[in-house]
Design a protein. Structure first.
Ligand code: AMP
Ligand code: MG
Length: 334
């Protein structure tokens, strides 16, 4: 009996030593930086070369120079401000420019998802979105005339891509493009591809509410928490266990101001020009393509519970965690 007891202790000590040394040789490596107005963090749980992680941040800087709506040096800014030096149109009412592969691909995807979601996701909302200033401390609700005027220049059909000439044409002189609801997803997908090409097998990419989980975490699925809306960051309502997939959350609590007990948040219903009034306050989409998860999380939040559940159910390989206005959690498609 005594020998068996000592053997058990020896086995226990041996196992603990092996576990500790295993975690010791795979210390996570993290890099982070501020891009797209958000903190971007990439953590590798395998022995990915830190230089590869650093090059992810360089990629973020490059993508910011394409997709940013506010940086005057970005490709999108030059398009939205109808920069003459890139306009090749002979018609003064129409703007046409040859655009980069990344912008072309993201616009193409945005327009497709706009159609599929009955314009709930709408990349042409730039003018309306500009009216809602969540950064200002003055909390100004724009007047309805300005909202209606801006909404009149938010038709995604005015954005036309020509694959033969690789050009973008905008037929409405006042329309501006906003990719804030999808660009982080696109970037997450590109970062994931780059890391996998460089041999990464276990890592997490975080761009605010956009998460891409590569492989597992030390051989176990990742547990991703669903943030409790309007509570301290990190306080969760639920969680999902995932491997090798993207998890993207859109929530009205992310950016908002409050006037007379009404919350004015940053997710705009493109049928009204006002913040979505649906019965959902947070939507998390889980699917392989982060770009799709990003656009759908925004779109389903606007669709609301009933339409959103039907829509998710109609898609293959997409699941979702919805949080309604009473903070009930609804799992769809698991
Ligand atoms: P997300 O956090 O992914 O839901 O994205 C929110 C951001 O997407 C906003 O800050 C706007 O830049 C943009 N946005 C707001 N409403 C829409 C909409 N209906 N369709 C597409 N983009 C939107
Ligand atoms: Mg989104």
């Amino acid at each position: 009996m005594k020998t068996t007891g000592m053997l058990k202790i020896a086995i226990l000590i041996f196992s603990m030593t092996v576990l500790l040394s295993m975690s010791g040789c795979n210390e996570p490596t993290t890099v982070s930086g501020l891009y797209f107005d958000t903190l971007i963090t990439i953590t590798a749980y395998d022995n990915t070369n830190p230089q590869v992680l650093e090059s992810c941040l360089n990629m973020c800087a490059e993508y910011e120079l394409i997709f940013s709506k506010t940086n005057p040096a970005s490709e999108l800014y030059r398009i939205n401000s109808r920069d003459d030096s890139i306009n090749i149109s002979k018609d003064s009412t129409v703007f046409t420019a040859v655009i980069s592969n990344d912008l072309y691909e993201l616009l193409d995807c945005s327009l497709q998802l706009s159609q599929e979601t009955d314009n709930a996701f709408n990349p042409a909302l730039g003018q309306v979105i500009d009216l809602w200033d969540y950064k200002s401390t003055s909390c100004i609700v724009p007047d309805s005339t300005s909202v209606m005027k801006a909404l009149a220049h938010s038709n995604p059909d005015s954005i036309i891509l020509n694959p033969d000439t690789h050009t973008l044409t905008i037929t409405d002189p006042l329309l501006t493009i906003d990719l804030g609801g999808i660009a982080k997803g696109y970037v997450a997908d590109r970062l994931k591809e780059m890391l996998i090409q460089n041999g990464t097998i276990e890592a997490v990419i975080r761009l605010a509410g956009n998460i891409y989980c590569i492989g597992d975490k030390y051989g176990q699925s990742y547990k991703v928490g669903i943030q409790k809306p309007f509570s301290t960051r990190g306080e969760t309502l639920s969680s999902v266990n995932v491997s090798d997939t993207s998890v993207v959350t859109s929530g009205i609590y992310e950016r908002y101001f409050e006037v007379n007990n009404t919350i004015y948040h940053h997710i705009i219903d493109s049928h009204t020009g006002y913040p979505s009034q649906s019965d959902l306050i947070s939507v998390t989409i889980i699917c392989d393509e982060s770009v799709v998860a990003d656009a759908l999380s925004t779109a389903v939040l606007i669709m609301g519970k009933e339409k959103g559940i039907d829509y998710i159910d109609s898609l293959d390989n997409v699941s979702a965690v919805l949080v309604d206005s009473s903070q009930n959690v609804i799992n769809v498609g698991f």
